[in-house]
Ligand binder design. Structure first.
Ligand SMILES: [Zn+2]
Length: 139
């Protein structure tokens, strides 16, 4: 398995974890692990693994991993099988609606976007700046 993929996966997990830390009370570590079929994330609490979920990768993602595609795959898993499971609520919540945002690659960048109207709200890893409000203008 390529060192490139390990590096891309580590970066992807770090970005999603930054969003989790910035917008929830969850503080667990999230690290990637390469598997024979693809890739998975592992959540550890006080050093003890408490959950993991994996996804199979296409050959092209193994050979020349795209950071955007790998970030979206891991963000989607972590969102649904870890964060929403722990919080029992929509995460990350769409600023315009009640539903959660979805991870997607838009213009080669991994972003959180609205599944209804397609608005890209924040790059994955930058949710914290969305919530605090880049402009500083609130209500
Ligand atoms: Zn929406």
């Amino acid at each position: 398995m390529s060192a490139d993929l390990e590096e891309v996966a580590a970066g992807a997990c770090a970005r999603v974890r930054r969003d989790v830390l910035a917008t929830t009370r969850l503080t667990d570590d999230i690290v990637p692990r390469l598997t024979p079929e693809g890739i998975e994330y592992v959540v550890t609490r006080l050093g003890v693994p408490i959950g993991s979920r994996g996804v199979a990768l296409r050959d092209e993602d193994r050979i020349s991993p795209s950071a955007g595609a790998i970030t979206v795959l891991l963000a989607d898993l972590i969102q649904h099988y870890y964060v929403i499971d722990e919080l029992w609520e929509a995460w990350p919540k769409c600023p315009a609606h009640e539903h959660p945002l979805e991870a997607a690659v838009v213009k080669n960048e991994a972003v959180w976007r609205c599944p209804a109207d397609g608005s890209a709200w924040a790059p994955i890893g930058e949710l914290g700046s969305l919530r605090s409000g880049r402009s500083g203008e609130r209500g």
